[in-house]
Write a protein that binds this ligand. Structure first.
Ligand code: ADP
Ligand code: MG
Length: 989
């Protein structure tokens, strides 16, 4: 449950008077303004050589935050106050709307957040005793509140406390320490009942209280040995206003209905109670930066607890997180209503211009940006004034008692009248009853008559019903008989059909028999004819035999002599006959044989064929056998081949599997590569858009040279950039930086170029730098510088190293890994102005680390830096000047602090001559760096001789008189006043 939910819960759980009291809810975002403190002497002395880390665009309510030497980022606020903004305007824009809503009955909060020394107390708590225009928000708010409240009917009270190490101390009554926070379980209202509450009479009284508070704060801090910057100061203003007719108009009609429910409809006096919190938070700087140690660390932890937990709550609210950790600290408990609660809240974040505090300024701005996302539900709190209500109600009760008595009398009269009317009505009723009885008698008679008639009808109906039943039976029997006769008819026709069929069949059989008989008769007749022919043949044969017998007897008688002969002859003939007979028999036998032969005429032929066939069959059998053998051998061969095939298939399968695994691996690798390429491309765009120095170097047109870097590039939409940034951020979060770093050693030059661009881009964000170095990115980049032949790679890698060299830790690493020498070599080796600019930028960053000066010089870094001016390119020269200024500044600081002695290393390497002879000709910003370098170098007594001999004193005088920067003029003047130069100045005079 967050602040927001808590408010809703309260709304729904509050009953009775409080529900009536909650009149209005309104939503409003937390308003956030940013205020830039003017440069102070400190900034001027130590920072003048660096550009401001912010640039304000008040007309667009925008603030540009410089990220590094090449890029910056814009943020929008509800208001942006430049260093010249007046206290009055800050009050009117930031606090006045809150004060007005407090006067209307809403709770309000005004809060200042920022690093120590950026003007929180100046903005909120300045008393302005000497200069009325310097009055801060507290004084102006009370002035407005007092002017708008009535001293008789309203009240204004204050409490003033300090929260230090999770303990609340009263600043108006310093003996009260460890004041507990209490919360009203009904309303959720937070209060400090242990703190003194002072009723304010007028503004002077308030100023007095504020002064007491400041004195006590100072005393408490002295006692605790701390500074006010480590505690939170909280001013609470309680405003109580009775509502007049004018305000009453705001009440919704619904509320008016509720109000009229009150007996007598009398108006209830209402008071509106509201609270204004003005909170001067502890400095937001990081603990490590403030140099706390020992016991102070414990303290810092507690300060951090409250501020850290405020930051956490604001993050959670800005992200609409379901859990808001308000209970984690006292500060968040006190402010629970101010963020995401029911108060109107304005936050002013204060920043300084110095680039030294870049990180704090960035985190302050991000805090403000997140707070802008928080929406509060503002509620009006009103309560009934019960004492005066009670008095009013008593009066009303008296009036009503009298009224009741009057009413009772009137009611008695009414009752009498009504009773009279009742009797009249009863009479009329009796009359009506009599009429009703006569009417009902007549109706009864009529009823009996109709009943009789109905009975007759019923009888008739029954008779008709019986008849009906009889007829139905008859019809049924008739239908039955009809059905029977139909069945008989059907059977009859079947029999006739059968009879006709049988007759037809018999007739057919008789006809067949007659035909057979005819056939038999015809056969019989043929047999008779054959018999006649045989009889005729027989008689003819008998006649012939008779004739022969006659002839024979004649011959016997006539030819008795010749009987012998004839007998011989007969014997011969008989013999012949016998022969003939034998012959005949033979013939017959032959005939039979012939017949036999004829019958089995084809037999021998078949045998042949069979034989032949058998032979062929045999042959075929042999062939078949051969074929079978052949087939068998083929089959075994086939089996062998099959098993061979199976083994081959298995092998193929295994090979396929390994292939598919490899294919899969290849695909994943390809996908990864495509993703990376895309990423690289995206980042490439991002990189080129954001990093103008790389874009210039990659692009072939030289027209972009000399443009101020990173300020007027046509950037893609914010979303694209932030999307791409998110992708890069994701790479880092997912720990995939090593993937990109691995690509730095790719054989493919394109991939290598893309990878080095991404790395350079990542190196521009401080949060990635550590990761890159940890994963060996610095080594890889140095290796590229050492070995790559590609100008693009050399240029971008130098840029990446320049980015990494922004971080102090990395500077040491770069030098210890031989980066100084590498950069120096690169400086002398290349003539490409863009590469030279990167190299000069990197060396310039290294120059800002005093511990490395000696090594840098020994590795030829300074000479190389100065040598790069040969290119004549203004961007390169600007970086050289920046490096020299960095170096000189660190050196002079070292001399002031006493750990650096002797002639300047810069002077030894010839920087002075270059500075003196070119200072007056360079572009404005380069000149500023060169002038500063000269001023710093001049502060070292051991350089005095060099200054005198090379005309440096003249140049210093020129700077003191002509420099476009007042602070540099002052520095030059101060230097000239120092003793070593006095003599010369006098001499010249
Ligand atoms: P903080 O409370 O944030 O630590 P202070 O309000 O004490 O910072 O301011 C630090 C110094 O800067 C003070 O001397 C203050 O007078 C000065 N200062 C801050 N803001 C401004 C301003 N807007 N104009 C002039 N001086 C300022
Ligand atoms: Mg302060």
């Amino acid at each position: 449950m967050g602040f927001k939910c808590l408010v809703f819960l309260l709304l729904s759980s509050m009953g009775g008077t409080y529900v009536e009291g909650e009149l209005k809810a309104d939503s409003g975002r937390v308003r956030v303004a940013v205020r830039l403190r003017p440069r102070n002497a400190d900034d001027l002395l130590s920072d003048a050589d660096f550009a401001d880390c912010v640039e304000l665009q008040p007309e667009m309510r925008r603030l540009k935050l410089r990220k590094n030497n090449w890029s910056s980022e814009s943020y929008r606020f509800d208001e942006v106050f430049t260093e010249s903004a007046s206290q009055r305007r800050v009050y009117e824009v930031v606090a006045k709307p809150v004060v007005e809503s407090v006067l209307n009955g809403y709770n309000g909060t005004v809060m200042a957040y920022g690093q120590t020394g950026t003007g929180k107390t100046y903005t909120l708590g300045r008393l302005g005793n000497d200069d009325a225009s310097e009055r801060g928000i507290m004084v102006r708010a009370l002035e407005d509140i007092i002017a708008n409240t009535s001293p008789t009917s309203d009240s204004v009270e204050i409490s003033y406390v300090q929260l230090y190490m999770e303990s609340i101390q009263d600043l108006l009554a310093p003996e009260k320490i460890n004041i507990p926070i209490t919360e009203d379980p009904r309303t959720g209202e937070v209060s400090l009942p242990g703190a003194a509450v002072v009723k304010i009479r007028d503004i002077d009284h308030f100023l007095q209280q504020l002064q007491i508070g400041e004195a006590n704060r100072h005393a408490a801090n002295t006692k605790l040995n701390t500074e006010s910057s480590r505690s939170h100061a909280i001013l609470m203003v309680y405003v109580r206003r009775s509502v007049h007719k004018k305000v009453e108009d705001e009440i919704s009609s619904q509320e008016k209905v509720n109000r009229s429910d009150v007996p007598g409809g009398s108006r209830i006096p209402i008071v509106r109670k509201s609270k204004l919190l003005i909170v001067d938070l502890a400095g937001s700087e990081r603990v490590d930066k403030s140099g706390s140690e020992g016991q102070l660390l414990e303290e810092a932890k507690f300060i951090n607890l409250s501020l850290t937990s405020l930051g956490k709550c604001i993050n959670a609210l800005a992200e609409n997180s379901p859990h808001i950790p308000i209970r984690d600290s006292k500060l968040t408990r006190l402010l629970r209503d101010s963020f995401g609660g029911s108060a109107r809240t304005s936050l002013i974040i204060t920043i300084g211009p110095s680039a030294r505090h870049h990180a704090e300024t960035t985190s302050t701005i991000m805090f403000g940006q997140r707070a802008m996302k928080i929406v509060n539900m503002v509620k009006l709190k009103e309560e009934f004034d019960y004492e005066s209500l009670c008095r009013k109600l008593e009066k009303q009760v008296d009036q009503l008692t009298e009224e009741i008595e009057r009413q009772q009398k009137l009611r008695k009269n009414d009752t009498d009248e009504l009773e009279k009317r009742l009797i009249e009505c009863q009479n009329t009723f009796a009359e009506a009853e009599k009429n009703l009885v006569t009417r009902s008698e007549f109706l009864e008679k009529e009823n009996t008559r109709l009943e009789l008639e109905m009975k007759d009808f019923l009888n008739e109906l029954n008779h008709q019903k019986d008849l009906n039943v009889l007829m139905r039976d008859e019809v049924a029997s008739l239908e039955m008989s009809l059905k029977h006769s139909k069945q008989y008819q059907l059977e009859n026709s079947t029999c006739q059909q059968v009879l006709a069929d049988t007759t037809q069949m018999y007739e057919k059989k008789i006809a067949e028999l007659i035909k057979q008989l005819g056939d038999e008769r015809a056969r019989y007749e043929t047999a008779g004819e054959q018999l006649d022919v045989i009889k005729k043949l027989l008689s003819e044969s008998q006649q012939k035999i008779q004739q022969q017998k006659t002839e024979n007897s004649t011959y016997q008688k006539a030819l008795a002599d010749t009987t012998q002969m004839y007998e011989k002859k007969i014997a011969e003939l008989t013999k012949q006959l016998e022969d003939e007979h034998a012959r005949f028999e033979g013939a017959e036998k032959q005939l039979d044989e012939a017949k036999n032969l004829l019958s089995c005429h084809q037999k021998p032929m078949q045998q042949d064929e069979i034989d032949e066939l058998k032979m062929r069959l045999h042959e075929m059998g042999r062939h078949q056998e051969l074929s079978v053998n052949e087939l068998q051998s083929l089959q075994s061969e086939y089996n062998d081949l099959l098993s061979e095939k199976a083994t081959l298939t298995e092998e193929l399968h295994a090979v396929n599997q390994t292939l598919s695994v490899e294919e899969k691996q290849r695909k994943t690798i390809e996908n990864e590569l495509v993703k990376l390429k895309k990423l690289v491309l995206e980042n490439d765009h991002d990189f080129e858009d954001k990093k103008s120095y790389v874009k210039e170097s990659i692009g072939k047109e030289s027209s972009a040279f000399g443009a101020p870097v990173g300020l007027h590039k046509s950037n893609p939409s914010r979303e694209t950039i932030s999307g791409q940034r998110a992708t890069i951020a994701k790479i880092c979060e997912e720990g995939k930086i090593f993937l990109i770093l691995a690509l730095l050693t790719s054989e493919d030059l394109d991939v290598q170029i893309h990878a080095v661009k991404v790395v350079a881009n990542l190196a521009a964000e401080d949060i990635n730098q550590e990761k890159i170095v940890e994963e060996g990115g610095l080594d890889a980049l140095l290796l590229l510088l050492r070995s790559s032949k590609s100008t693009t790679i050399l240029r971008v890698a130098s840029g990446a190293i320049a980015n990494l060299a922004m971080n102090e830790l990395n500077q040491g690493l770069i030098i210890s890994k031989g980066g100084g020498q590498l950069l120096a070599n690169m400086a002398s080796k290349t003539d490409d102005p863009q590469t030279l600019r990167m190299v000069a930028g990197a060396i310039a960053n290294l120059c800002g680390n005093e511990k490395l000066h000696m090594m840098l010089k020994e590795e030829g870094g300074i000479k190389a830096l100065l040598g790069m001016v040969r290119s004549g390119n203004s961007d390169v020269i600007a970086q050289v000047a920046r490096g020299v200024a960095n170096f000189a500044k660190c050196e002079s600081r070292g001399i002031i602090q006493g750990h650096r002695k002797g002639r300047s290393l810069l002077v030894e390497d010839g920087a002075l001559t270059w500075l003196i002879s070119n200072c007056n000709t360079a572009s404005a910003s380069t000149r500023r760096h060169m002038e500063l370098a000269l001023c710093h170098l001049a502060q070292n007594e051991n350089n005095a001789q060099d200054f005198k001999s090379s005309g440096g004193v003249r140049e210093l005088k020129r700077i003191a008189a002509e420099s476009t920067r007042e602070d540099i003029q002052n520095l030059a003047k101060k230097t000239l006043k120092s003793t070593p130069f006095q003599a010369e100045i006098h001499a010249e005079l």
